[in-house]
Design a protein around this ligand. Structure first.
Ligand SMILES: [Zn+2]
Length: 310
């Protein structure tokens, strides 16, 4: 059965809610929809599960407001996973979903995405937001949540050491008063702690890069390296090796350190500076990333690495 879902070009929170609900309704035997928390302004943080297996992967997008193309990409992954007759989607669906579970959280920062797309008029703290945005009504470069906190600087890993923090709420880079102060990240961390994920995929934009390392003992880095190389190979994105002292506070830094399992941060699209990725890049972005879930699944299901053993 082909999905009837046509994904909106400018992918909004409303589109996410309606598309995920439609998928859950249309494919009740394949997907499960869950609300894992709510944002500062009361929007739902939606997670969708595909598969029932023991090997578990989490894939999320739009920690950063202006990076909402990553939400569209992840919902597109889900649509292909449940309906496509093309490879690699059909193989994953027909061969792996009793051995693997994918959890998708396509929009971690729904308030921020809405602010970028619609501006501040319907926000409870409209005037404060405009002030934080240097008195501009153009919010297209906003990264933070609705309280001016950068959600990818909220994780309890070397949070004290985070560099280039503005020290107060801001459109980007403010780490907050303490780790997990923001409900979006508290909810995601609680969710990840409740599941036993074997791998995490964090989607951001832009730059065609993959971040995959943090302060981990070499034996872990070397056991993750083959998968990192394969992901770089299928996406043609550049694998980033850390230089100097890493800044910390991000999801991948936290996941790697806490669980000693692989986590990858993908920066989709060619580097386009501090703004949403223009839509004309989308087909290329999808093409670059369409082997990612397959590559991860193939590696995890075949691999007998120490970190994967239960
Ligand atoms: Zn980002």
């Amino acid at each position: 059965m082909e999905s009837k879902i046509e994904l909106a070009q400018i992918y909004r929170y409303d589109n996410l809610v309606s598309d995920l609900n439609q998928l859950a309704k249309q494919f009740p035997n394949l997907v499960e929809l869950e609300t894992i928390g709510t944002s500062v302004e009361g929007r739902k943080l939606l997670a969708l599960k595909v598969g029932t297996g023991d090997v578990k992967v989490i894939c999320h997008g739009a920690h950063h407001a202006r990076e909402w193309m990553t939400s569209r990409l992840i919902v597109d992954f889900i649509c292909h996973l449940v309906t496509s007759e093309a490879e690699p989607w059909k193989h994953i669906r027909e061969e792996w979903l009793d051995r693997m579970t994918f959890w998708f959280v396509p929009m971690v920062n729904p308030d921020g995405v809405t602010l970028v797309q619609d501006g501040p008029d319907h926000f409870s703290n409209r005037d404060e937001l405009i002030d934080l945005n240097d008195d501009s009504l153009d919010f297209s470069s906003w990264k933070a949540n609705a309280r001016g906190v950068d959600l990818n600087r909220q994780y309890p890993i070397d949070w004290e050491e985070i560099q280039a923090d503005p020290g107060r709420p801001s459109s980007s880079n403010y780490k907050g008063e303490h780790p997990l102060s923001e409900p979006e990240i508290k909810s995601l961390v609680d969710f990840v702690n409740q599941h036993d994920f074997d791998c995490a995929l964090a989607y951001h934009s832009s730059g065609e890069e993959i971040f995959w390392r943090y302060n981990l003992p070499n034996r872990f880095i070397e056991s993750f390296r083959p998968l990192a190389n394969q992901l770089a190979d299928v996406t043609k994105y550049c694998l980033i090796e850390p230089e100097g002292i890493p800044s910390g506070g991000g999801f991948t830094d936290w996941f790697l350190t806490k669980f000693k399992k692989p986590s990858f941060t993908f920066e989709i699209a060619p580097y386009i500076g501090p703004r949403p990725v223009p839509y004309h890049y989308y087909d290329q972005v999808f093409y670059d990333n369409k082997q990612v879930l397959y590559t991860v699944g193939d590696f995890l299901l075949d691999n007998s690495a120490e970190w994967l053993k239960k």
